[in-house]
Design a protein around this ligand. Structure first.
Ligand code: 3UK
Length: 538
């Protein structure tokens, strides 16, 4: 490894042993990085050198910052961290707030100062924050005043967290007051390309959250792979979307990627489907990032908004059903860019351009990455056979002090926990999470395939399919269905939906049980929490 530029060595000390790392690939010419690299300086200071200083950069409610203004703000924040809050490079800094230009400036301030940014989802409670603070041994926090309650409640069990400053706050000790007296320049800490700059916690549908450690190089590698090769946005694009900056889907899509090309980005505190549609029209946004369900909900309402500025739509976070792709195309005229990414690999590693896009397929490995489908023994399966998705590239899984490293990385491959198959055209087709495969009456059934079939029925707004235990068959396919308004969930509709599925896919896959719900349990990142539908209701 390169000589570290960080004084506090906690992160490097807690990397997994080298033999447990995935193999890393740096074959592309754009992945040759200098040994000294600070990604915040690379993205912001270099932007000014490229002449982008006066271009629009981050926008939000009442805020319109150019690249120079964002850099100045980030520099002042770095000074507050170092000069007023005693930050030593390598310290972990918790960031807490809804998406906003100020939160973006905090991220860059922390990273320029050699701090390690740890984003937290706005909805997290004191218990969950405590786990994160303890695990990453966090010493500093920058927190939106409106979200300070849960962090304050966590502090009793967080002795390492000694420095907390609030922003979006007019109080004398708040960040805004401290920034007022600071000069707008700051020399970035001279970090190594393999110094940790980010610990992203997995959104964790089950179990304890895992901290994934990413280097300055990883951030630049993510900017160099999927965005130029698949997204292909330009400096004149304006990005917008819903994923929180604490989720690497949001951090990349709504902050790092637009800034890496001189584009602008709109950071919305709230981005429910109705709000997002109105915001696209208001800001004349051209590139949108959100989850499949959000596109589905927006498709029903596009008529009432001017979406003429919109030209690229990215879907990630969970599988994009073919019906949702078609629905959005019909409603907006736009072919979506689907992409599978993970917190462990930082961002998207399999995806398809608008031209390559095909319903039911995620796409092909992003340039810079390699992917294949393996059996239980780690051997490649023939084309068309379902197995475990395995990936390697310039980024990869490094858990912070966690035994589960050996589950995600085997023989140099990152195993994402997804069941995939490669189609005749070479595209990767998502089946299910490996632990979501339903084995019923001896058949292997992928829940998402049944969901995709149900979604084709006009009465269905949303659905989730899981295995439910059954005395006779061991397991049966059970569907939880949210109906469109005006539909009645009765026995007749159950029968109608069952027949509909039997006519759409192999009949043995039909849901033997259907339960109607008003909504489905989801994480803050938009992922369906299937495990909550599996457990008995109390
Ligand atoms: C699932 C998908 C099918 C899949 C993420 C883009 O979702 C992200 O990260 P997470 O760590 O979850 C990873 C898991 O989510 N998944 C994500 N996208 C897709 N399944 N099709 C997709 N397009 O199970 C994967 O293993 O929360 C996504 C960029 C950054 C991210 N962190």
């Amino acid at each position: 490894m390169e000589r570290s530029g960080l004084t506090d060595t906690f992160a490097r000390d807690h990397l997994p042993p080298p033999e447990q790392w995935p193999e890393l690939l740096f074959e592309l010419p754009e992945l040759q990085f200098a040994p000294r690299l600070n990604c915040a300086a690379e993205l912001l200071d270099r932007a000014i050198e490229r002449g982008w200083g006066d271009r629009a950069c981050v926008l939000g409610d009442g805020v319109h910052w150019s690249y120079s203004q964002l850099l100045a703000q980030a520099n002042r924040i770095a000074r507050v961290l170092v000069e007023d809050m005693g930050l030593v490079s390598g310290n972990r800094v918790l960031l807490r707030g809804a998406n906003s230009p100020m939160l973006a400036a905090c991220w860059f301030g922390v990273v320029k100062a050699g701090g390690i940014a740890v984003g937290t989802m706005p909805l997290l409670r004191a218990r969950e924050l405590t786990t994160i603070v303890q695990k990453a041994r966090i010493s500093h926090a920058l927190c939106d005043a409106r979200l300070a309650g849960e962090l304050d409640a966590a502090r009793a069990d967080c002795p390492t967290l000694t420095q907390v400053m609030r922003f979006n706050d007019r109080a004398p000790g708040a960040l805004e007051a401290c920034l007022a007296g600071k000069p707008a320049d700051f020399e970035a800490v001279d970090t190594a390309l393999d110094d940790v700059c980010l610990i992203a916690f997995t959104s964790g549908t089950t179990g304890q959250p895992k901290g994934t450690m990413h280097f300055h190089r990883d951030v630049m590698a993510a900017c160099a792979c999927w965005p130029p090769h698949v997204l292909r946005a330009t400096a004149d694009d304006r990005f917008i979307g819903s994923p929180p900056l604490a989720f690497t889907f949001g951090l990349g899509g709504l902050l790092l990627f637009p800034l890496s090309i001189g584009a602008s980005t709109v950071l919305l505190e709230k981005a429910t489907p109705d709000v997002l549609l109105a915001a696209i029209a208001r800001w004349r946004a051209s590139v949108c990032f959100t989850a499949p369900t959000s596109y589905r909900a927006m498709a029903a309402q596009v008529g009432t908004h001017d979406l003429s500025s919109l030209r690229k739509c990215v879907s990630a976070g969970e599988a994009l059903p073919a019906a949702t792709r078609t629905l959005w195309k019909q409603a907006s005229g736009i072919e979506m860019i689907d992409g599978i990414g993970s917190t462990e690999l930082l961002h998207i590693f399999i995806s398809a351009t608008e031209e390559q896009a095909r319903g039911g397929a995620t796409g092909v490995p992003v340039p810079g990455y390699r992917a294949c489908v393996l059996d239980e023994q780690g051997r490649e399966v023939p084309r068309g056979v379902v197995g475990r998705l395995a990936v390697k590239g310039p980024t990869g899984c490094r858990y912070l002090a966690d035994d589960r490293q050996g589950h995600y990385v085997r023989d140099g491959w990152n195993l994402t926990g997804d069941a995939y198959r490669i189609g005749d055209d070479g595209q990767f087709e998502y089946q299910a999470r490996t632990d979501d495969m339903i084995i019923s009456g001896g058949y292997n059934i992928a829940g998402p395939e049944v969901e995709a079939a149900l979604l084709l029925h006009p009465a269905v707004a949303e659905c989730a399919v899981v295995g439910a235990s059954d005395e006779q068959r061991g397991m049966i396919v059970k569907a939880f269905v949210v109906l469109k308004t005006g539909q009645r969930g009765d026995d007749t509709l159950v029968k109608t939906l069952q027949d509909f599925v039997k006519q759409t896919i192999a009949p043995y896959k039909y849901p033997r049980a259907i339960e109607f719900r008003n909504e489905l349990p989801r994480t803050e990142t938009g992922k369906l929490q299937r495990y909550r539908l599996r457990e008995p209701r109390h």
